[in-house]
Design a protein around this ligand. Structure first.
Ligand SMILES: Cc1ncc(COP(=O)(O)O)c(C=O)c1O
Length: 410
């Protein structure tokens, strides 16, 4: 906050389509989907309508021991789409809570089955799973989290995606430590917060196999990759993974409202069945878990993804984005690497010296030209809404090129 005024933050007042409009009437193309949550755009008439109609029914009622029609309908619709066997849903509000729930479910799964010693998790280098203490423990640190190290529980750490042997090493660790592992946690395909670190999809199947063979639960964190970003509805599908547990968030309700979900396979779910209020019960819940307004938007959002063939647009625009970046940005000597999967894209800069903050300067120059993005260190993140047009893709790349030229004095 001590630098807030100097940074001249944009104060948004309203939006139209994929543009945010600030209090001074300036327009910004939302090229980071409001921190990776907005899928179809802002003020989508159909989503607005779903929200209004739900307001006329009920805004929220607790799911603790009760149900709510629209939340049940959402669970049914999601069940047909998630790559999890006979899925069951536990709703929360944020991605970190969904991960936290998955961690606790995996832990208690073994306890409920009378298995002792399954108390650890395997996570990857560079991982990010959220900011609550459990999800922070799974994460590999960074982002100023060192101060919390004394609170973080230790995990078994596989190498980061930047190491081509990371999956093989993770599989070996799973085999070696199976007796002490509750679960493996992975961001399938793309580690977003790590700076859009990626692995080819076909590398992940062996991880799923290793977990199955060693009887270790697999948790896929699709908070960032879920709901179409990678070109499939879920990255796990591209990776050939069918996790035991899955964390969903961000785009679940199109970026309109905070709703997340932990998905559990029938095998996990059934381990919690038992007498009323017994030690098998999962004593966990959040006040707003399964909010009806958010569920109504999420349900309509899922329908629109199909009705508008959003995934086809993602794939077509992703191809254009990759081509334009390769032509106009990739050849610049100040660009180290371009990484892209669907509409998740990171352009890593190669500053000549440390501490130049090129990432921040380039994104600032983009924002000044009306394209809103935000860096991860020296990685410029481009993650536009899934309904982005070819003209807007062209505008983003042109703007990025101008911004890089300005900052690097080219
Ligand atoms: C893979 C992943 N998991 C979890 C989270 C945490 O989600 P939230 O910020 O909604 O708590 C994020 C956020 O960026 C994420 O990228």
């Amino acid at each position: 906050m001590s630098c807030y005024a100097e940074n001249a933050p944009i104060v948004v007042e309203r939006a139209e389509g994929r543009e945010l409009i600030d209090v001074d009437g300036r327009r910004y193309l939302d090229a980071i989907s409001s921190l990776w949550v907005t899928t179809l755009g802002h003020r989508v008439p159909e989503l607005d309508q779903a929200l209004r109609e739900q307001l006329d029914r009920v805004a929220h009622s607790t799911l603790l021991g009760n149900g709510n029609r629209v939340v049940v309908e959402l669970a049914e619709a999601l069940a047909a789409r998630v790559p999890v066997d006979s899925p069951h849903f536990l709703f929360a509000s944020d991605g970190a809570s969904a991960v936290e729930q998955a961690l606790k479910l995996a832990f208690q799964f073994w306890t409920n089955r009378g298995v002792t010693g399954r108390t650890r998790y395997l996570a990857f280098g560079d991982a990010y799973h959220g900011d609550t203490v459990g999800s922070l423990s799974l994460g590999d640190g960074g982002f100023g989290t060192t101060v919390f190290d004394p609170l973080r529980f230790p995990v078994l750490r596989a190498p980061a995606f930047s190491d081509p042997a990371c999956i093989d090493r993770a599989c070996a660790l799973v085999r070696e430590h199976a007796a002490s592992l509750a679960a493996v946690v992975v961001e399938p395909l793309v580690q977003g917060a790590a700076g859009m670190r990626m692995l080819p999809a076909d590398r992940f199947a062996s991880l799923g196999r290793a977990c199955r063979e060693a009887d270790v639960l697999l948790i896929c964190d699709e908070v960032a990759t879920g709901f179409g970003r990678t070109g499939a509805l879920f990255a796990s599908e591209l990776c050939g993974l069918r996790p035991d547990l899955m964390a969903l968030g961000k785009g679940l309700a199109g970026g309109y409202l905070p709703i997340s979900a932990t998905v559990a396979s029938a095998r996990v779910y059934e381990a919690f069945l038992g007498p009323d209020l017994s030690e098998r019960t999962f004593y966990h819940g959040h006040s707003f878990g399964g909010n009806a307004l958010a569920a109504a938007v999420a349900l309509r959002h899922l329908e629109l993804i199909d009705e508008w063939d959003v995934l086809a647009n993602v794939r077509a625009r992703a191809a254009e984005l990759a081509k334009l970046l390769a032509e106009r940005v990739g050849p610049l000597p100040v660009v180290r690497e371009i990484r892209a999967q669907g509409l998740m894209c990171g352009i890593e800069l190669a500053p000549p010296a440390a501490g130049l903050r090129w990432g921040r300067l380039v994104t600032r120059a983009c924002v000044a030209r009306g394209v809103l993005t935000r860096p991860l260190g020296d990685v410029i993140v481009l993650m536009p809404p899934l309904t982005i047009t070819a003209a807007e893709i062209e505008h983003i790349v042109t703007t990025l090129r101008e911004a890089i030229d300005e900052v690097t004095g080219a």
